[in-house]
Write a protein that binds this ligand. Structure first.
Ligand code: KG4
Ligand code: ZN
Length: 344
């Protein structure tokens, strides 16, 4: 069964083809991505209306690109999947509308997918795929969650951020330091040349006794520090970046290890854009090795938003018998949608 997947929840248009014949892990046939980062950079963040307008321009050329790359004719597509939420309403509607139009023209079924389920399952496309059950650390621009995952479709929330997400903490701190959007990768790059012990920044909720996170206070502490530095900020920026990154990573690693202890599980899956962070990966690798926990990541290029994870999640849900495919092309999108609400 060939699944064509569309991702358009934020500032990346992603299209992919996945083969989910049989019961093995679905295989990625081809994928293509157009990032709108350059366009939004001038505004310091995502402009929703501009995002929608651009998705609509990209989705068909990207579809032609993935079909050509996989040498698969459009008529061989069996299901069209799209990100139903969460995300920007207008942006989501582009993917949903394009998917439904294409499926209707082909006379094939269409399927809406949860964006976070896509992230969470994305390590199954890596060279070292996980096996169930596992704890998932979901760290994106909009979410920071620890989840117990027993099988496809079974997602139990263990803890989450009560305010900003980890990606937001990276992005907002980076903005305070005058770095371009999206700040995460820029801050990480700058931190390479800095001293992580230079500034003492808070590790909010580190000892809260539960698995919740809070990052809003950290951003305020970075702002206070930046103001205190005044004209010296430029000279100390790398140190401040390194200290900020260390604080975020420290909390993520310690809470993940607490989740392993609490659940008694021995596998950890990391997903979402912040999962691309090199310090997070090396610190998690070290902590997991110490506790005999196996840790799995998505391929680096599939950490941030992409169509492959959406086609994959659709394929895995179909294989697990969680979806009854039907015709009918009325659709809705769910800009706010919790993964637990779609859990079985
Ligand atoms: O998963 P994603 O592409 O989009 C959402 O669903 O939110 O995650 C984007 C987030 C942004 O906040 C971005 O700054 C962050 O992931 N990010 C990083 C890195 N690469 C992306 N943060 C820290 N270090 C990175 N290398
Ligand atoms: Zn995402």
């Amino acid at each position: 069964m060939i699944v064509l997947g569309f991702e358009s929840s934020c500032d990346e248009t992603g299209v992919a083809l996945v083969d989910c014949s049989g019961l093995g892990v679905p295989r990625l046939l081809s994928h293509a991505l157009f990032s709108q980062i350059d366009m939004h950079q001038a505004y310091g963040g995502v402009v929703p209306e501009l995002a929608s307008r651009d998705h609509i321009r990209r989705v068909l050329p990207l579809t032609q690109q993935v079909l050509a790359a996989a040498a698969i004719p459009l008529k061989d597509v069996d299901v069209v999947a799209y990100t139903r939420g969460p995300g920007l309403a207008g942006a989501l509607l582009v993917g949903a509308g394009a998917a439904c139009a294409m499926a209707a023209a082909l006379g094939k079924p269409v399927m809406g997918v949860h964006h976070l389920e896509g992230h969470l399952l994305s390590p199954f496309l890596s060279a070292d795929p996980p096996v169930f059950p596992f704890v998932a650390l979901l760290v994106s621009g909009g979410h920071t969650q620890l989840m117990r995952v027993d099988r496809v479709g079974s997602y139990e929330l263990l803890g989450e951020s009560i305010d900003d997400a980890a990606g937001e903490a990276f992005d907002k701190s980076a903005k305070l330091m005058g770095l371009p959007y999206p700040g995460g990768p820029h801050l990480a790059k700058l931190a390479e040349g800095g001293d992580a012990a230079a500034f003492k920044l808070p590790r909010p909720l580190l000892h809260s006794g539960n698995l919740d996170f809070s990052f809003a206070g950290l951003k305020t502490a970075v702002l206070t520090q930046a103001k205190k530095l005044g004209h010296d900020l430029d000279a100390r920026k790398a140190d401040l970046a390194a200290s900020t990154q260390a604080a975020i990573v420290d909390v993520l690693v310690k809470k993940s290890m607490a989740a392993m202890l609490q659940t008694g599980l021995t596998r950890l899956v990391v997903a979402g854009g912040v999962g691309a962070n090199a310090l997070l990966r090396s610190e998690l690798n070290a902590a997991c090795a110490k506790r005999k926990v196996r840790v799995h990541y998505p391929e680096l290029h599939l950490c941030t938003d992409n169509g492959a994870m959406i086609a994959l999640a659709a394929g895995m849900r179909l294989q697990a018998g969680l979806e009854t495919l039907q015709g009918g092309y009325t659709f809705d999108v769910l800009p706010r949608w919790s993964l637990q609400a779609s859990s079985h």
